[in-house]
Design a binder for this molecule. Structure first.
Ligand SMILES: [Zn+2]
Length: 277
C-alpha cells in the first residue's frame, strides 16, 4: 500500500503523520518517547481558556443525545418531524419514540403540540450539536493521540460517548488545539453548539473539469471508507472529474498527479467543495 497522504486535514493538526487504516500491515508510528511522571503531572491542569458557562450540563443520557442528533439530521436545519420518522431512524417501536419525545419535550428540547409536528427548540438544536461535537472530538482524539485508523473511529467513538464527561470533552478540545473538522472532514461544532455551514455537493454532481476540494468521506461506512482512503480520496485534497463514462460507468478523477477510477455508487458518498467558477 502506498502512502495515502502526506498531509490532509484529519482533524486539523500536525500530530498525525499519515492517514492510516486500522489493522494495516504497515508499521505504525512509534509511541512518543516515554517521560517519567513528574510531580506536577498528578495535579489537575487548569483548562485554558476555562470552559464557558454556556456549555452548562444538561442531564442527558446517551439515548437522549442519539435522539437529538437524529432529530437534527431529519429536521435538516428547520423542518419538523414525526414520531414515526424518528422511531424508524432510531430503529425502535413508535411507543419508545413517543416516550422519549415526551421526556425531551419536558426538558424543553422539543416542542410537540398535541398531534402536531415535532420540532427541536433552540436549546434542542444546541444540545444536538454539542452531542455531535462530543462524537467528532472523540474521533479526532482517537486518530491523533491514540493512533487509531481513520476507518475505525466512528464505531469506537460511539462506544465511548456515553462514558465521557463534559470535562473530558473540554480537555480533548484543549489538547487537540481546538480542531475544526473530524478525520472524515465533517465540521466540529464549537463549545456553544455553533457549526460552520459548508457548501458541498456529492462528487457525482461535480461538473467535468471543475476544480474542487474533497470535503467529506463517509465516516460510518467502514468498508467504503477503507476503499476511498486506499485510492487517496481524503478530505482537503484537490480533486477534478476528468470525464464520466456513460450509462452509470465510473468517473475518471484527477487526484494530484494520479488518475483514479471511481464508480458512481462510491462517488455519491464523497462530498466536495467546488472552486468558484
Ligand atoms: Zn467523523
Amino acid at each position: 500500500m502506498e502512502n495515502l497522504a502526506s498531509g490532509g486535514r484529519l482533524g486539523d493538526g500536525p500530530a498525525l503523520p499519515l492517514l492510516s487504516l486500522g489493522r494495516s500491515s504497515e508499521p505504525r508510528p512509534g509511541p512518543r518517547a516515554a517521560r517519567p511522571i513528574q510531580p506536577g503531572d498528578l495535579m489537575p491542569k487548569p483548562l485554558k481558556p476555562p470552559a464557558p458557562a454556556t456549555a452548562r450540563e444538561m442531564p442527558l443520557t446517551q439515548t437522549m443525545r442519539e435522539y437529538l442528533k437524529t432529530a437534527y439530521r431529519l429536521c435538516n436545519g428547520g423542518d419538523s418531524l414525526t414520531v414515526t420518522a424518528l422511531a424508524e431512524a432510531q430503529r425502535v417501536a413508535p411507543a419508545s419514540a413517543t416516550a422519549m419525545v415526551k421526556k425531551l419535550t419536558r426538558l424543553g428540547l422539543f416542542t410537540h403540540p398535541h398531534y402536531g409536528a415535532i420540532r427541536l427548540t433552540e436549546e434542542g438544536v444546541r444540545q444536538a450539536l454539542l452531542a455531535v461535537r462530543r462524537h467528532r472530538l472523540l474521533e479526532c482524539f482517537l486518530v491523533r493521540v491514540l493512533r487509531y485508523g481513520v476507518d475505525e473511529v466512528h464505531d469506537e467513538s460511539h462506544r465511548l460517548e456515553p462514558a465521557i464527561s463534559e470535562r473530558f470533552v473540554a480537555k480533548m478540545d484543549d489538547v487537540l488545539g481546538h480542531p475544526r473538522h473530524c478525520p472524515h472532514g465533517d465540521p466540529i461544532p464549537d463549545v456553544n453548539g455553533a457549526m460552520e455551514k459548508v457548501e458541498k455537493i456529492p462528487l457525482t454532481q461535480l461538473e467535468e473539469g471543475r476544480a474542487a476540494q474533497i470535503a467529506t468521506i463517509p465516516g460510518s461506512k467502514r468498508d467504503l471508507l477503507r476503499y476511498l482512503i486506499k485510492l487517496g480520496i481524503i478530505p482537503e485534497r484537490p480533486i477534478c472529474v476528468l470525464r464520466r463514462e456513460p450509462f452509470g460507468g465510473p468517473l475518471h478523477l484527477k487526484l494530484g498527479r494520479k488518475t483514479v477510477l471511481l464508480g458512481p455508487e462510491a462517488a455519491e458518498h464523497v462530498y466536495v467543495c467546488a472552486a468558484e467558477a
